[in-house]
Ligand binder design. Sequence first.
Ligand code: SAH
Length: 345
Amino acid sequence: MNIADKLVREHRLSDTEYAELISNYEDKDLAKYLADEAVRIRKEIYGDAVYARGLIEFTNICKNDCLYCGIRKSNPNAERYRLTKKEILSCCDIGYQLGYRTFVLQGGEDGYYTDERLADIVRTIKTRYPDCALTLSVGERSFESYRLLREAGADRYLLRHETADAEHYRRLHPSEMSLENRMQCLRDLRTLGYQAGAGFMVGSPFQTMDCLAEDLVFLQEFQPEMVGIGPFIPHHDTEFAKEPAGSVELTLFLLSVIRIMLPHVLLPATTALGTLNPIGRERGMLAGANVVMPNLSPVENRKQYELYDNKICTGEEAAECRGCLANRMKSVGFTLVTDRGDYRS
Ligand code: SAH
């Protein structure tokens, strides 16, 4: 039995099998076979529904210095901003009226948002919109902090592991950060009952097929409810400015592999994928994705939340984004739905 068939039948492979499978991502017949299986599987579980998560990028102030990221603390050219509670709530209001039933609060690791302040925001949103799910994506915090935020009502947490290879992790991050701590955070989130999201960039500097195979084995073991993957895109003010962007084809191939490995996973076609290819998000759906994350941040701040160059959708109002995405999903046979879009186990 070949490796692709084995993945389809058993939903798991060894690290060497993953490395061999993904090394063949340029084989168009293989990519098509996996994409068709991935779509078949997602349709069995989620039908043709695409879940929308209203993304609120509420601060670009960050104490970390991840080498790839445009809002790293040592980028003096980043124009910093932070939304007030009132501004965040007004983003939610607009989003709610547009039909969003999940809000994602994402930001840099900004010390202003103490547990108390953030828990207050979480509690207020959950009280105002009891029918909505709230996702946090605010980086590494203590177990106690995650516990307080969960108690305040947060349902889900996105924390990409970035790479499962410790040596690779060290080359992408300053020495104060460690893969060990990131993984501990993911385990803590799981213990506390969050729906947890892991993930990684495709084509980050120094990444090899073996690194990606380790990422896949990690996802297979951890079984996250959500997986965020998107191509690496260089940012002009980082030391990776001259590095090539990740491959769209490899990202799509990996989306299919991840869907087959984790049939129930909530899997976004990311903005980074849409940035590198004009129909990247549509192609993501055709590869097995079932989530999109339209931007709800105030238009005046969207360009400032610049993790990488040429980010799309920084000029449109939230309503336009919604309409545009609904049409894009429809063009490939999927339906953007108004629904919390919880994990179906
Ligand atoms: N501070 C939060 C949110 C980080 S931003 C946290 O630590 O989780 C969300 C994701 O954007 C990151 O996890 C990273 O995978 C991705 N990202 C950062 N810089 C990028 C770049 N240059 N290209 C593509 N994706 C990038």
